[in-house]
Every structure is written in C-alpha cells, then in structure tokens.
Design a binder for this molecule. Structure first.
Ligand SMILES: [Zn+2]
Ligand SMILES: [Zn+2]
Length: 660
C-alpha cells in the first residue's frame, strides 16, 4: 500500500530550526536594543518572524549586523533548556516586557498558547520558557538541542514589515523581521532563487506585459480578459470540453442569479451567507451563486432516474461569485468572480471506485499536458461525520483502491475529510518547485440527502445516489494565473496567443511576408506579420519579449525559394525550411499540445552561490534522531510502485480492471 502519513509541520526538524532561529534573532536584536520590547516570534511557512517594539526603524545594515551576531551565537553551541515556571516567576522574569506580560495573563486566564492563540483541543495551557545563552523566552517549543545544530550558512533575514500588536490597528505598530531558515545552504539558495523567480514570473506583471488581462478598481477581484488572455481561456475550455465529451460527461449550464430558497435547502444560507453577494429583486432575496452544486441537483431531479441512468456525469463551466475581503484579493490567485471547471457525478455506491478511477485518469491526462507533477492526499472520516458508517467504509475503500491500483503514492490525512464525505486533494509542483493545490475529488453523502435525490433501484425501491464533486483546474482564473507563472509567460505553442510572427528583413519583403502570414492563418495558425518600420533586430527582440514561439524571417533568399527562416523564442535557429515543412512541424506541436522547450526554458535554475562556512559547526541530526514525542516518520513501503503515469500515459487508455 503506497501511502505515507503526512508529518505535521510542527513535528518536523525544519520547524525546530526556524523556531530556534527566531529566538536567536531575538537575542541579537535585544543586545542591539537593550530597551527593546518583544512581541511574538513563531515559525511560519518557509521561515520565521519576530515582532519588536524598538526605539527606531531598522535598516538593511541592521539586519546584516543582526545576522552576523546570530552566526556568533550559533557557533557558541548553546543548549536550549526548557523549564516550567510559576505565574509569579513568569511575571518577574518578564517584568520589563509588557507584551509578554499580556500573553502570560492570557495563558493563565484564557488558556491560550504563548502567541495568544486558542490551544488545539486536548492541550492544557502551560507556562514554560526556553533558554539558550543569555536569552529566555515564554515558549512551549520545540527547539533544536543546541544552537550549533543550525547551519550558519542556511538562514537569512529577509525584510522588515510593520505589524500591529495582535493584528489590532488600535494597538502599537511593531517591527516584524522576517527570516528564512533551512537545513543546508543549498536549500537556502534554492529558496532564495525561487523567491526571485517568483517575482520575475509574477502573473500580474506578465499579464500586463503580454496584454493578457488586467484588473481595475471598478470591479475588484474580477479580471478583464484582453483578446490574448481570452485565447488562453478558450484553448483551455476547448481542451476541457474535448476531454469531458470523450469521457461520457454531459455539459450543463445553470443560472447565476438564484433565489435564497435554494441556498436555504443546501445549507449555504446558514453556513456561507457572509460569503455570498445578495440582491433584492421584486421584494425577494436572491444571490449570485457561490457554487454550482445545488443547482446541478435540480437537473438531476428534473426527471425520474433509474439505476440504469447512473452514473450521471454533469459538467459545467460555471461563473461564481464569492465575497473575499478587498485586502485579501491577489491577482488571478484570489478573485471574487470565479469561473469554475466543475462537474458533479451522481452514482450508485457500487460505482464509486470506477468513477474515482475515471477522475484520476482525467487528472493525470490533464496535468501531464502541462508538465505538472501531481501529488495526492486522501482525507478520511473525521470524528464528527454524517451519513451511514457503512457508506463511509465503502467510499473510503473505493478511494484507497482507486489510488492504489494505479500505484499512486499518496499522503494520508486521517480524520481530515469533510463531515459529509471523504476526499482526495491533488497538489502539483510547478516549474520552480512551488506547490499548488488544484484538483479535488470530494464525495458527498449530505447533499443527496438534503435535496432528496433518488434513483429507482433494480429491486424497484428508491435509493440515494452518491454525489461526487470534482474540479480539475480549480478555476480558470487561478489556473491561468498559475500557468502564466509556471511557464513564465512562454506558453506552449497550442496555448500561445500569437503562435508565429512573420518578420520581413526590409519593407521590400513585406508582400511576401503578408502572403506567408495569410497562408499560416488559413492553415489555422495564430500568425501575425510585423509590418512596422522597425529594424529586423528590434522586431526579433520584441517577438522574443512577447514570448512568441516561432519567428519566421523572410528576405530575398526566402522569397526566391518560397521558404521561411525559422527562429524559436529560445534563440535556437532552425534555419530555412519550406512553408509546408514549417506548417507540418507547428501543427503537429499544436495537435499534440507539446511543450516545445517551454519547460526547458523555465527550469533553468541559478547555480548555487558559494557561502563561507563558519568556524564551528556540528551536523544537524535527522528528524527522527531528534525524536519528538509527536513526530511521525515517513513510512516507506518496500513494495515497488509503478510510475504514476503507467497505464494512463495515452489518452485512450483504459484503467486496469484488477479489483472492480
Ligand atoms: Zn519560542
Ligand atoms: Zn460541487
């Protein structure tokens, strides 16, 4: 069984490294500013921060000095020592630290943790401190054993930002120092490279530069699609429809403006109302739909269904609206208007396995096209679950089997399913190694119940179908945002808004260039002729900046021979070829949706810069050697697993039917 338990971040060695770095940084800052006041300093994703109340704003030079001092502290190999303290001891220890005093009182009176947050259920509030060298902090840990276990070349302070104490704009504004820390300098280099790359690839900037889409104040969180961006959208729609038509899905479309009655029945009115846009029409309350699911059940119920009608696979490109605070909107990645590539599958319990298998096949096929490596996570029954326990068992077993018979290694998130059904989440790694959550396959036992969905079974009695919600892209907006960054704007030929630019060497060659352009367009290519009176070199540069896959240069020789000189945006020169030869090549790349070097281009990783090792350093132990109570090692199974693409590499493949 190729499954692995997901180790919670708090139980990892990296978490300890980052937490310990935050303490070491706080010591260095307090040495610089003995009158400084401490806020909180937790580990975060990819790093850590600490909040300080200081007499003056920090400068980049300060950060360098703090980093240098941190390296000295690390070299001291100071052990981290935990101790439990009484309320009196704690108050005395932090008598000059008003923020810490506030946190201590919160722990005592409200049972919070040392950051002022509610404790996870089952944990009791404690007053403990961790001390290393001269610094002692209110803290529950965990930490590394001693400062020497942090690699002096594997951390970096990144920047300073203002942060209100406890996120409250009526409280003092503190200075938050962000840092990052890793196990090795190579990991740090990789991370810093990723940060730089992410900036370079920012889809909001590329969206403007490539004229794909824009955002405007008059419609926050809703993109304006420009003609070139609309080509991306349409090509993805085309791919999506092709794949779904082939797989027995039936496309539907449901209204955007819907009466509240529907949301009352689905439960959204009670649980999701604050995320919905409401409108009053003729004295009745309506809402813009935040999801497609309840409306798809109306189509299911529109006629009597028999066991023979199932599975019923209804797919929909649905335009949704969800209220997101303006402060949280982020380009295409967080919008208010969402175009979801949705589908709902209604099936009998005995069909779950086959349906999930079909969805996994679809997911693989899709992600392969984009060169995404998928990673799978199975979330199982939570303590408070609804629905027949038998059904849960059948469903979880089906999800497990569907994953395992494809040899997919998956992460197991025990008890993290929704209360209404288990699910599979799919994450992909993009070209610079970032993880994105994309597809979900969610089983739902509740909605068929709420909407009283039925089918007439073989024995003539009415039964409840199971509902499967699934999305592959997540949403067109987010997916296009991610693709733009993944490819750094250099889309594969089939997606590229402009696939070829014809560049005449001089104005004299313009008529021939026009003729070539017309023939390319007639063959179905998105081709343009650059007829500006610029120099040829400038035109090539511009086409490269616009990331046009093919540049066709035409001059006397080409005109005489009826050829084109082909250059790729990578700078590669393919030389002269007949127009037919070029068309054959380009159309094949489009038909097969090849990546054409775009991955190669985007995968170029910066070489690791060298760093100077400091004098003393002990090698960090492995996470398992650190042996924290809650840590769960990754269970690796010895069963050899087939590569995930086996059996599903070709579009027409059918899944192996070993356990149906
Ligand atoms: Zn701490
Ligand atoms: Zn749904």
């Amino acid at each position: 069984m190729p499954q692995k338990k997901i180790v919670p971040y708090q139980d990892t060695w990296l978490y300890r490294i980052r937490h310990s770095c935050a303490h070491i940084m706080a010591q260095a800052v307090l040495e610089m500013f003995p009158e400084g006041k401490l806020g909180i300093g937790p580990p975060i994703e990819d790093g850590f921060y600490y909040d300080f109340d200081l007499p003056r704003p920090l400068t980049p030079e300060d950060l360098e000095r703090i980093e240098a001092r941190m390296r000295e502290i690390i070299a001291g190999n100071h052990p981290f020592i935990r101790r439990e303290v009484t309320p009196e001891e704690a108050r005395a220890l932090f008598q000059d630290q008003p923020y810490k005093r506030e946190l201590i009182e919160d722990i005592l009176q409200r049972g919070t943790d040392e950051y002022g947050n509610p404790l996870p259920p089952g944990q009791r509030p404690v007053l403990t401190t961790y001390r290393h060298d001269t610094f002692e902090d209110l803290c529950r840990g965990p930490h590394v054993e001693h400062t020497g276990q942090i690699h002096p070349g594997a951390f970096k302070l990144l920047h300073v930002a203002g942060a209100y104490w406890r996120g409250d704009e009526r409280r003092p504004m503190l200075q938050r120092i962000y840092g990052t820390a890793w196990e090795t300098p190579e990991q740090l280099e990789q991370y810093l490279w990723r940060l730089e790359e992410a900036k370079r690839r920012d889809h909001r900037r590329l969206g403007r530069e490539l004229d794909l889409f824009s955002f405007h104040e008059i419609a926050p969180g809703a993109p304006f699609w420009h003609p070139k961006g609309m080509i991306l959208f349409r090509e993805l729609e085309r791919l999506w429809r092709e794949e779904h038509d082939r797989r027995g899905y039936q496309e539907i479309s449901t209204p955007i403006l819907v009466h509240r009655k529907l949301w009352e029945q689905s439960g959204h009115w009670e649980h999701y109302k604050e995320n919905m846009f409401l409108l009053e029409v003729e004295g009745q309350e309506f809402s813009l739909k935040p999801m497609n699911c309840p409306e798809s059940t109306i189509i299911y119920r529109s006629r009597l269904r028999s066991y023979r009608d199932l599975p019923l696979r209804l797919n929909e490109i649905g335009r949704l609206h969800r209220f997101e605070r303006s402060g949280t909107l982020h380009g295409m990645l967080r919008v208010r208007q969402i175009t979801m590539d949705d589908a709902h599958i209604y099936c009998r319990p005995d069909q779950i396995l086959e349906e999930i298998d079909g969805v996994l096949d679809l997911i693989y096929n899709f992600y392969q096209i984009f060169d995404f490596e998928p990673e799978f996570f199975l979330s199982t029954k939570p303590p408070k679950a609804m629905g027949d326990p038998k059904l849960w068992e059948i469903a979880e077993e089906a999800l497990r089997q569907a994953l395992e018979r494809r040899g997919i290694e998956y992460g197991l998130k025990e008890g993290e399913g929704a209360f209404y059904g288990p699910k599979i989440d799919v994450q992909v790694k993009d070209a610079i190694g970032r993880d994105w959550q994309l597809a979900t396959v969610q089983l739902d036992f509740q909605m068929p119940e709420r909407f009283e969905l039925e089918y007439m079974d073989r024995d003539g009695t009415p039964k409840r179908p199971v509902m499967i919600h699934r999305a592959i892209f997540g949403s067109f907006e987010r997916f296009i945002g991610i693709l733009t960054e993944h490819y750094a704007g250099a889309f594969p030929v089939w997606l590229a808004p402009v696939q070829a630019v014809v560049i005449p060497i001089t104005d004299r060659h313009l008529p021939y260039a026009q003729e070539v352009g017309a023939r390319l367009r007639a063959a179905g290519l998105r081709a343009e002729v650059d007829d500006r009176s610029e120099r040829m070199q400038a035109k090539i540069r511009d086409a490269q900046l616009q990331k046009v896959p093919y540049m066709l240069i035409v001059g006397d020789r080409e005109q005489a021979a009826g050829t084109v000189a082909v250059r790729l945006r990578t700078g590669e020169d393919l030389g002269a070829m007949s127009l037919e030869a070029f068309l054959g090549r380009a159309l094949e790349a489009i038909r097969t949706r090849q990546c054409l070097g775009s991955r190669r281009e985007s995968l170029r990783c910066a070489p690791a810069r060298s760093w100077r090792p400091s004098r003393t350093r002990s090698s960090p132990p492995t996470p398992s050697a650190a042996g924290s109570a809650g840590a769960v090692g990754i269970r690796s199974r010895s069963t050899p697993t087939a590569p995930p693409s086996s059996g599903i590499a070709t579009a027409s493949s059918t899944p192996p039917r070993s356990a149906a």
